[in-house]
Design a protein around this ligand. Sequence first.
Ligand code: ADP
Ligand code: ASP
Ligand code: MG
Length: 404
Amino acid sequence: MALIVKKFGGSSVADAERIKRVAGIIADSYVEGDDVVVVLSAQGDTTDDLIEKAAEINSHPSKREMDMLLACGEQMSISLMAMCLEKMGLPVVSLTGWQAGMLTNSDHGNAKIKRIDTTRIRNELDKRRIVLVAGFQGITRYGDVTTLGRGGSDTSAVAIAAALHADLCQIYTDVEGVYTSDPRKVPNAQKLDEITYDEMLELASLGAQVLHNRSVEMAKRYSVDLEVLSSFVRKPGTKVKEVVKHKMEDRKISGVAKDSSIARIALIGLKDEPGIAFKVFRVMSAAKINVDIILQSVGIGETQNISFTVHEDDLEAAQQALLDRQESLGFKECTVASDVAKVSIVGAGMMSAPGIAADMFEALYDAKVNIRMISTSEIKISVIVNKDDADRAVQAIHKKFFEL
Ligand code: ADP
Ligand code: ASP
Ligand code: MG
């Protein structure tokens, strides 16, 4: 008998038929004798629909009220699933994030989990009930509802698995596991049997939304056994773990990812003197804006340019913060572009394999894709390209590394 946390994403519970199919997976595990905690996302496009509903009423609602609204989606899923399992004659209880003891900070819309009081979940498991928990949501110490950021139900599931010391955390989704690239965009993408936490964390952070990046971070920190698998076909999925089998050392690259939700800011005509980069990025950090790829040009005469990327949602605020300080920063112009995307390759094996960057750039050259910025680390290489070129870039790079 094992304690298993199973998480089902929005498409897995999108309608009554799918809820019934998922109930079958839950029931099988319970009947085999497992203790089962299930984390659910909102059905299908519910979260997007709720965001649209809010926009019809107020284009700038407070983050607190947005969280109140968005948390409703997950609550619908758990109660519907509970009704389905009840009908099958199984003992079940559904719990909201706060009933399940999910305590977060007050960063509405992107709240961080501080602690999980597992008393209620444990009591319910002791009664041999299937426990359904609403993903994506928590509560602050002041009693306000929070959400964890888009895709955050994965993080709810891993956090609960860590807090309960579960034997396994299974993330069920609409594809059969983690692939070498998004299988919906790259038809020849290959399913990986296993992948390291570090590689998965990079892939997730670089746009592979199959797992919320914070869920991978947490799985690594608490050594949670994680598996990504399909809720539509019953097959083993992809194991995410600390080390993968020896034969996998041959693999230089584990995946290609794309992130279209970025924007580029360029500051033209900054003074070429010490402290300028410090002042620019201090402005960004004061505005709580994450900066990603940074490119500083070689000084021409007395001036230089600095370009960097931010999340597209932060573009307006970033531009405003910079323009507010134009005089003290001393730049001539601030231009922005949101027609860009980031394409990345990830692989622990690239550290010991020269020529990976050249191969990637050759693939882009062959596909006639222009590179606007480049950034590298030990286990990834990212390029910024035009948004219209991004899918072609991913396909060309995938072909170069995986399809020869
Ligand atoms: P869920 O609703 O189950 O949370 P998501 O839509 O958040 O599902 O994530 C699953 C989707 O992630 C897949 O449908 C797939 O299109 C996309 N995806 C992107 N990159 C990858 C990848 N490398 N491997 C698998 N799926 C990926
Ligand atoms: N329902 C939330 C979203 O759409 C959380 C999740 O699906 O993980 O982002
Ligand atoms: Mg998801």
